[in-house]
Design a protein around this ligand. Structure first.
Ligand code: UT7
Length: 315
């Protein structure tokens, strides 16, 4: 398969570090130097599904395709306002598609997991055109009194349209269960039979553990993909990494011994939008003209689970 079109959509409200420091014991200096985030887009009166639908429409327009040409939709999402139906089905109706659709929750690595699922469909000869949409509102998961988590995140949706081709060179996925590093419990409705203790809590994170996992996992996943294709890190033109922390990106850059120019970022004004980071960054690099036909691109993401993955594709 190949990526034929990209799209993205961000909420209109922009929150700067200085705005956060008005109600949190934090500072622009701390957030900027420890994370690289300067501002982030957060959902206010928008609905996530509308942003996902708009990102999908933009990707379809970029691919010069109509929704009725789609054979499958995969939506990557961690939380949204609906428990059911699935977000992909809401997007399907919103863009006017009629194909089957599925949601996956693979945390921040969801876009790369979705690419792997799509690639399997292509290899089985079951699809021609596939839409992937990552839509995330992590700002609805964090405790806005917890300076260790809420300063990191932003919301948004990113999408990609896939068509037949041989541009995806390698996808490598990993998972290693670690449920006490990055997790959130939610309270389900009670029944007369529930006797276990249950809690409702915002996102919990052991930041340094996640940091170490991220650097190790991304380095390993990208190296495995490079080896699979038989190319070197030098042969990759652009590294589009999950935008969780600029220090994580810098550490991966040092591990790969590659120049900083190969690592475009948008963490400065987006923060971490979970699985939407990769497709939003891809869309921005596509629309700015950074990606040139024939460029080798590496994309890598990691998140709760832990799960991680890397993909190598030719633009
Ligand atoms: O998609 C995956 C999601 N998550 C990640 O990728 C997160 C990975 N981890 C990280 O990015 C970093 O670990 C953080 C940015 C979360 C934290 O940075 P750190 O350099 O690991 O800081 P720390 O947790 O070691 O905290 C250092 C100090 C602590 O104070 P004390 O105990 O030394 O007095 C924190 O309480 O910084 C304090 N601190 C803050 N201070 C001001 C933590 N958050 C803040 C804050 N403002 N927002």
């Amino acid at each position: 398969m190949r990526i034929a079109g990209t799209g993205s959509m961000l909420p209109k409200k922009v929150i700067t570090n200085d705005m956060l420091s008005q109600f949190l014991d934090t500072s622009d200096e701390w957030i900027r130097t420890r994370t690289g985030v300067v501002s982030r887009h957060v959902i206010s009166d928008e609905r996530l599904e509308d942003m996902a639908i708009e990102a999908a429409r933009r990707a379809l327009a970029d691919a010069e395709m109509t929704a009725d040409e789609l054979d499958f939709i995969i939506c990557s999402n961690v939380v949204n306002e609906y428990v059911t139906p699935q977000l992909s089905c809401i997007i399907q109706g919103g863009i006017g598609a009629t194909c089957p659709c599925i949601d996956i929750n693979c945390a921040c690595a969801g876009f790369i997991y979705a690419l792997e699922i799509a690639e399997s469909f292509y290899q089985a000869g079951r699809v021609r055109n596939v839409l992937i949409v990552s839509a995330e509102e992590p700002t609805r998961m964090t405790d806005w009194k917890d300076r260790r988590t809420c300063v990191l995140f932003g919301d948004g949706a990113g999408a990609a349209v896939l068509t037949p081709g041989d541009n995806i060179r390698s996808i490598k996925l990993s998972a290693s269960s670690a449920t006490d590093k990055l997790w959130q419990y939610r309270l389900l409705h009670p029944t007369p039979y529930i006797t276990k203790e249950e809690v409702d809590m915002p996102l919990q994170m052991k930041g340094q553990d996640v940091f170490k996992f991220a650097v190790k996992a991304a380095g390993k996943d990208i190296s495995r993909a490079l080896k699979d294709v038989g190319i070197k890190a030098d042969d990759v033109s652009h590294y589009l990494l999950h935008q969780a922390n600029i220090r994580i990106i810098n550490a991966i850059q040092e591990y790969l011994e590659q120049p900083a120019e190969k690592f475009p970022t948008n963490i400065e004004d987006h923060g971490n939008s979970s699985s939407s980071c990769c497709p939003i960054l891809l869309d921005e690099c596509n629309r700015s003209g950074l990606l040139k036909r024939g460029d080798m691109v590496a994309m890598s993401a990691f998140g709760a689970g832990f799960v991680s993955g890397a993909v190598l594709f030719e633009w």
